[in-house]
Design a protein around this ligand. Sequence first.
Ligand code: SF4
Length: 334
Amino acid sequence: MKNKLINGWAFFRYLNKKKLSNYILLFASFHLSRWTKKPIIWGYPSTLSIEPTTSCNLRCPECPSGLRSFTRPTGMLSNTLFRSIIDQSGDYLSYLHLYFQGEPYLHPEFLDMVKYADQKGIFTATSTNAHYLNAENVHKTLDSGLRQLIVSMDGITQEVYQDYRIGGKLQKVKDGLALLVQTRKERDLKFPRIILQFLVTGKNEHQIPELHGFAAALGVDEVQLKTTQIYGFEMGSELIPKNPEYSRYLPSGNGNWKLKKEIENKCWRMWQGAVVTWDGKIVPCCFDKDGSHVMGKIGEATLQEVWKSPQYNAFRRQLLEDRQQIEMCKNCSE
Ligand code: SF4
């Protein structure tokens, strides 16, 4: 709770009148669209996820980066493209997640990008597997202005950790976190807030009772238990946790499974923000990992033009009319 308050306050301090009014416009147009069943969009993205790179050092089995299974091009975001996106959207943008697929710390200019966005008055966050938190970049991380560092760590023993984070070394994660926590303390800094994110599966749920002690010993600010999206969940999977509290799915009888949350024809994310791939393509959300629904490309149009384009609105319309028609939306808890 304490960490949520600190984070919330930090986020609030990045807001200004323009960003706040933009958010209100988005919120109002979302509800009006739901009511009229027509896509009306009044503001511009208040949240963006931007992908620094598709490269990753790990081989996680539910991730196209880890499986090397992308059909879209792979590569690294250029600093010029990044600055152009920030310059185009900065007036409205309140929250930047510098992450989509891949490991952000593999991008050599990752922390320079964070700094650029921070200086433009945007709250910045990232997600990492924490294999590259080391003495070389710990001060740069602390000086970048990064407000939130989410560390994906789904096991508290090497055996369980590597079952999903294939190729990962738990000791490296622990050392990197300990170094960051200690250096932040020595420098009397509050940020980035460090969140340990535990993706709960049927293979690690038994470690949850010990997890909090483990996290406290590491000195992280918060533990987040996250439900796991599982491809082909309908037929069941050993990754589905036994405890329904940690699962997105429920048995539907005859050995089949269904989404726990009832699907409604709406999606706030389509009014709130977007995802930009390393090569500037705008996709609707982080579920579109392989870029199956590209709405436009920065360079060929501005972010604002794409955001209000007929193509984007046709996608929003489909969500309002029948979300089940969009394959990726069938397995989404939004
Ligand atoms: S998968 Fe569909 S419903 Fe889910 S966030 Fe993306 S667009 Fe919205």
